[in-house]
Design a protein around this ligand. Sequence first.
Ligand SMILES: [Zn+2]
Ligand SMILES: [Zn+2]
Length: 176
Amino acid sequence: MKIAVNGIPESPKEINFSERMDELNRIFGEGKARDFRFPPSLDGSFVCYRSGKDIFFQGSFEGMVEGNCSRCLKSYSFSIAKNFDFVLTHEPLPAKSKGLNLEDMGLSFYSGEEINLSPLIQEQVLLALPTRPLCDERCLGICGGCGANLSSETCLCDSSPGDSRMAFFRNLRLDR
Ligand SMILES: [Zn+2]
Ligand SMILES: [Zn+2]
């Protein structure tokens, strides 16, 4: 998503966007992190306006993402939605920024006639993802012994008296 700097007025203007997710799908598809798959694009809108050399953006997006549960490994879909809010400042002249790393100070810049919002929107999409994909908070995962999906299947492992986990349950019953 690119926007022309001279098209941004001083009074707020609303813009709808549809951000392509190819780049994020490529990164997640290639890397070790295969936990999320994005739709071809995510839809959203923002309001932007200019104040001096600063450009303000406030918006939101939503969409469905597919994840692989980190406990049971099944794929599942979930919705993400996020509000975002950022300010871009015109890149200062090199002389002014001497000795200061302004990006480290948390400032974002634009330069030239056009602003590429894609990296900023993609960053917001990453922030909207859960730290760990779970099909359900209560997902019980897979039994390490028999491979049963413990949320929907019965564990087929032998529950012999020597099994310490079963001993725990027997003790529970005795306490009652
Ligand atoms: Zn799961
Ligand atoms: Zn089992």
